[in-house]
Write a new protein. Sequence first.
Length: 250
Amino acid sequence: MQSALNTGVDRLYSWAACFYYQGTFTDVGGATGLLNGYAIPSGYISVSQVDRDKWDQRYREGAYAERGHPAAFLVEHVPEILAQQLNAKTSNESLRALDIACGAGRNSFYLAGLGYQVDAVDVSAEALNRARATGSDHHASIRWVEHDLGDGLPADLPPADMMAIIRYLDLDMIRAALRHIRPGGYLLCEVHLATEQVVAGPSGSAFRAAPGALLDAASGMEIISYWEGVTRDPDQALVAVARLVGRLPP
């Protein structure tokens, strides 16, 4: 039984152990949950906690501190979309944007600066603390939400007129996230793309979308534009990405 238990749990946790701890987790006894019918020992650390700790450590060490600029993809498309939305408004209610996996908030500040009320969601408390400490005139327009996206989106999110998902890959969550967009609202999504070229960004296939996968995930939307390929970031790093602008039918 112990062998079967460890085998079942290790299938779930082995990638996190190798990626984060470069070793294996140790069972210190006790059981706190079930995995496929097997008890999960209390000494095992959840994948969610490993992910949270990983990102907290990265931001604590200054990761992405040089990225104060918004994503070029948003800068290219949002102003035109915003103009259309303002022209179509029939009430004084503010337009709302949702920034998923917002990190330290570079895109959230950009959207708030354009006039959106922004809900900014990320798993990392360290990233959100950095965002809150950033000098900006737009904090009053941003709600910072610490939440593990592995559990889906927070239940209390209001419907969004604009949803931004920049270089965070969870195709199932993208499909579910469409329920949080108002009819006529927009999704702007950019994810790392699987490629055989040597490019910047994550190396693991789990963090890169297969060609066409992002387009499939947005099924049911009106596709305004879709592009995938290799390009250069503003810092001239070579990246492989898929970019989608979609609109939920009114």
